[in-house]
Every structure is written in structure tokens, then in C-alpha cells.
Ligand binder design. Structure first.
Ligand code: SAM
Length: 260
């Protein structure tokens, strides 16, 4: 998809702000080689680099990679699709913040690409939307679409349950060391039009199918529908549900336990 880089980075900086503790779970060591998968404008890559690791940010969007390179000229960034990227050398860790749920075509292919990029024992540490993420926002979208006779919106996300993603990781050759699944109500601090701004930014592909004359009334209706659940006196809150995990690539070959 095409990302409106400026809108995304300035209006919704909270996506990156919430990535901060993830770097502690990753715990990058000086000299380690780390990929930031779905790096966007490079904020999380820079946090990893601050710990002394060598970072390669990979993103499917040319615009995002250009933005990241402009922000952090000292770091390495490359355009690549997470489903099929390859590396010429092995990495110690692959990290990913708020990006895996956008990689909807084939989650197993993403996990296989990460596996191939890691050395045995290498870490895969990520945070993504989990099952039920943005349920109120999505329900408001679906109702508004129906009200305006537009059928069902095409939702561009993959929000797995903890069990589903754990299975995929285990089947893909990883040992899951930690997996958290938690509500993360998140203030939309810089999107003054609440749910409407959120939909404009994050559901741009669904909005692209909406006839121009219906865009504003549809967004207004989404705000009306979502407000009872998501608008507080202090402002709008997104009903985020996050999956966060740390997994380790299993050693190659048979483990001693396999031959007992
Ligand atoms: C919400 S942004 C998160 C960016 C960044 N990780 C952060 O924490 O701010 C999601 C990013 O995933 C990227 N992305 C989506 N699908 C991708 C794919 N198949 N391969 C690589 N990057 C992808 C998008 O281009 C976008 O930059």
C-alpha cells in the first residue's frame, strides 16, 4: 500500500512511541546485527542503533525508506517485501514494531523469511495487533459502510490470536520464549477528528473505494458510531489490542532430545 509519510509520522507518532519498551525486550547488544522489519520512517531502527547494534531497516514502501534515510543518514535501509526478502548474511535478531499485521498476504511466508535471515539461536522479537484489535473502530466502519450502501469494507489487516501466532512460529522453526496479549487503549493525541482521522490514515485502501461525495458523510458517521465507546472527555482513545512476542530460531539439525 502507499503510505502518506508525513501524515503517518506526525499525526500518529504514538505508534512509534509505544515501540519504546520493545527495544528492552529485544535487548540489542553492541555489535549485533539486527533487522527492523517494516521499519517505516526509521524511529524504532534508531532506538536499536542507540544501543550499539548494526541495524538494517527493511520496508515495502519506497517512500518510507526515503523518509527513514533522510531522518537517519547514518543507518542502513532497504526496500523489500517481508514475505520474500533475502539477506546475504545471517543476522542475530529480527525486530518488528506495528508492522506484521500489515503483512497480510501470507504470514507463514513472512515467518519463513525471518527464519532464513537469522542465525540458529537468533531472536525474532515483535509487537503487532492481536485478535480483537480496534474492534470498536472496525465495527463503526462496517456499520457506516452498510448505512451508505457500500457493502463490506476491505480490511487490510491480519490480527491473529496468541494461539494462532504461536502455532505459526513453532511450525516455522521457532521456540516461543514469551508472548503477551493485552489491551492497550491508546490516546489519539494528535488526530483531532478521532475515528475519522484514524480511518483516513490506517484504512486508506478501504477509503479508496468510497465515491468522493460520500467520503465526508461516511467519516462523520464513523465518528458518531465510534464516539460512545472511544471518545472520552480527555479525547479519543483507540481500542488497541497488542500481541508481543520473543521467539528464538531453533538450532539446525536434530536436538539431543530428538535422538533419545
Ligand atoms: C504502522 S507502520 C510501522 C512503522 C515502524 N515500524 C514504527 O514503529 O513506526 C507499518 C509499516 O509496515 C510496512 N509494511 C507493510 N507491509 C509490508 C511488507 N509486506 N513488507 C515490508 N514492509 C511492509 C509499511 O510500509 C509501514 O512502513
Amino acid at each position: 500500500m502507499n503510505w502518506a509519510v508525513t501524515t503517518y509520522d506526525s499525526a500518529f507518532g504514538y505508534v512509534s512511541a509505544h515501540g519504546a519498551p520493545l527495544v528492552d525486550l529485544l535487548d540489542p547488544q553492541p555489535g549485533e546485527r539486527v533487522i527492523d522489519l517494516g521499519c517505516g520512517a526509521g524511529t524504532f531502527s534508531a532506538e536499536i542503533a542507540e544501543r550499539g547494534a548494526d541495524v538494517l531497516g527493511i520496508d515495502g514502501s519506497l517512500d518510507m525508506v526515503a523518509q527513514a534515510t533522510a531522518h537517519y543518514p547514518g543507518l542502513s535501509f532497504a526496500v523489500g517485501d517481508a514475505h520474500n526478502f533475502t539477506t546475504s548474511e545471517s543476522f542475530d535478531a529480527v525486530a518488528s514494531n506495528a508492522a506484521l499485521h500489515w503483512m497480510t498476504r501470507d504470514p507463514d511466508a513472512v515467518i519463513a523469511s525471518v527464519h532464513a535471515a537469522l542465525r540458529p539461536g537468533g531472536r525474532f522479537v515483535a509487537e503487532m495487533g492481536g485478535a480483537g484489535n480496534c474492534a470498536e473502530l472496525i465495527a463503526a466502519m462496517q456499520t457506516a459502510w452498510r448505512v451508505f450502501g457500500l457493502g463490506e469494507p476491505e480490511l487490510p489487516w491480519y490480527f491473529p490470536s496468541p494461539a494462532e501466532y504461536t502455532n505459526r512460529l513453532e511450525e516455522g522453526g521457532f521456540t516461543v520464549r514469551l508472548l503477551e496479549y493485552a489491551d492497550r487503549p491508546t490516546r489519539m493525541t494528535e488526530g483531532p477528528n478521532g475515528a475519522a482521522d484514524w480511518v483516513r490514515t490506517y484504512a486508506a485502501s478501504a477509503m479508496a473505494d468510497v465515491p468522493p461525495e460520500l467520503v465526508e458523510p461516511l467519516l462523520g458517521r464513523i465518528n458518531d458510531l465510534a464516539a460512545p465507546a472511544l471518545r472520552r472527555e480527555s479525547g479519543w482513545v483507540a481500542d488497541y489490542v497488542r500481541l508481543r512476542f520473543a521467539a528464538v530460531r531453533k538450532p539446525d539439525g536434530k536436538s539431543p532430545l530428538d535422538v533419545l
